[in-house]
Design a protein around this ligand. Structure first.
Ligand code: EPZ
Length: 418
């Protein structure tokens, strides 16, 4: 099992080039199923999750060519299989994103129910409810969603019970080839939705309103190939910014998208960081010990749940007391037990964690439990005195390209060990 060894207590300085957004690349790769023409993508992050999606699509018959610089061409000339097997879906829930495209293109899909995951039950009932509204026939068979349609999907007005990111994405992709117009009310407003819509429109779809809570999709008969550049990863950006805000120092993020990070940048300024932005760059400078900041996670444009764990690490060594309310997932505080091993003072009361900032953390061996928790533990290790070993960092590799190499380039003493 791979681990990271970190000698903490060093201020960080330098420049980081932000990678393409994992949570935009995954639905966009699935969108390749909607046409037999090649979909040419740039800025696809080289991650465990994008590799899993490429393998899944490859097993369906999609020709996937990836080059080192993040260029990926996908061509679903003929689809040989409509199945997303349990083994794949259980390791990456985003595999559910092939359901809508397969149903729209092939008229059939057999996708394993994701099952629970570390951060919560994460059901997909809204995906299924929306696809049924579009005319799909769905039933469960031995843990698999078996989907079919008699004739073309038909446009409908869909109101989701709660804001769901991949739910909105699945429905948008299915509706793109439906007969007539679909309206998704209560749609997720995450920037990755707008990025997917931009790619679909480049493929010939007619989607308006992506990025707002009302998306209108006018179905078309077919989609064609396109070229699309995946947007910058806002959560990776938030992670690096929180790390330098915690250690102190200065960092410049390049190839970034500051306009997608308003809530995060506001909290960093509230913590005492100096933050400047340009069209595609963000510069943060932190000279003193951060001030505690209260957080309430909520759908975009509010503070993102995917940055909650990283900002909890920042609050662990801040001046004052922070209240963190996790309102999206029911079990996204697993990093707390590990942070406490480093000396953090955190009390959990249901969906709220109260963090009493301490002067210093001290290194220990800790264990990652999920993707964003692992980033939180790395940040805590960077500020802790002495040596910290973070175990099970395969979680980290799911969502961050060579995190330790990029942190070492900023002056962190961090290395990957067996
Ligand atoms: C996406 O997950 C992201 N993943 C998650 O990022 C992110 O945390 C989440 O959105 C919230 O922003 C990808 O985009 C690949 P949801 P998703 O459907 O779509 C409930 C990361 O770290 N819900 O928006 O699965 C659900 O249980 C990952 O990169 C239902 O009840 O999240 C949750 O409580 C982690 N029924 C809430 O809604 C449904 O049918 C939001 O879930 C769908 C969702």
């Amino acid at each position: 099992m791979q681990k990271l060894r970190i000698q903490g207590g060093r201020r960080l300085h330098g420049t980081v080039r932000v990678a393409g957004a994992k949570n935009a690349a995954l639905p966009i790769m699935a969108a390749s199923l909607l046409t037999a023409d090649p979909l040419r993508l740039e800025n696809v992050p080289q991650l465990a999750d994008t590799a899993t999606m490429a393998r899944l699509l490859g097993a369906m018959g999609v020709a996937v060519e990836t080059t080192e610089d993040g260029r990926t061409t996908l061509r679903a000339g003929e689809i040989r299989s409509v199945e997303a097997p349990y083994d794949t879906v259980k390791t990456m829930r985003a595999a559910i994103l092939v359901l809508g495209p397969l149903l729209a293109r092939e008229g059939a899909a057999r996708v394993s129910l994701p099952g629970g995951c570390a951060i919560g039950a994460r059901p997909v009932d809204q995906h299924l409810k929306g696809l049924q509204a579009l005319g799909a026939d769905l039933h469960l068979d031995q843990g698999y969603i078996v989907a079919s349609r008699s004739g073309r999907l038909r446009g409908a007005r869909i109101v989701t019970d709660m804001v769901t990111v991949t739910g909105t994405e699945n429905l948008m992709m299915a509706a793109a080839l439906a007969e007539g117009t679909t309206v998704i009310e209560n749609a997720a407003r995450e920037p990755e939705i707008a990025d997917l819509a931009a790619c679909l429109n480049a493929m010939g779809a007619k989607i308006a309103g992506a990025g707002t809570d009302r998306i209108e999709i006018e179905g078309v008969d077919r989609l064609h190939g396109a070229c699309h550049r995946v947007m910058p990863d806002r959560i990776e950006s938030a992670t690096f910014l929180a790390a330098v805000a915690a250690t102190g120092g200065e960092v410049r993020l390049e190839a970034a998208a500051p306009a997608t990070l308003d809530a995060v940048l506001e909290k960093l300024r509230e913590a005492g960081a100096q933050v400047e932005t340009g069209a595609d760059w963000i510069r943060l400078r932190m000279d003193e010990r951060p001030a505690a900041v209260n957080l309430r996670t909520a759908p975009h444009p509010a503070f993102p749940t995917d940055a909650q764990a990283q900002f909890m690490a920042l609050n662990c060594i801040a001046r004052g007391v922070a209240r963190i309310s996790e309102n999206i997932f029911e079990n996204r505080f697993m990093h707390v037990l590990e942070l406490q091993r480093l000396g953090a003072r955190i009390d959990i009361d249901g969906h709220t964690a109260v963090v009493h900032g301490v002067e210093a953390l001290s290194g220990a061996t800790i264990m990652a439990t999920d993707l964003r928790a692992s980033a939180s533990l790395v940040i805590a290790g960077l500020v802790a005195q002495g040596e910290t070993i973070v175990d099970r960092i395969y979680h980290l590799d799911r969502g961050y390209e060579a995190m330790e190499t990029r942190l070492a380039a900023l002056g962190a003493q961090i290395e990957r060990i067996r």
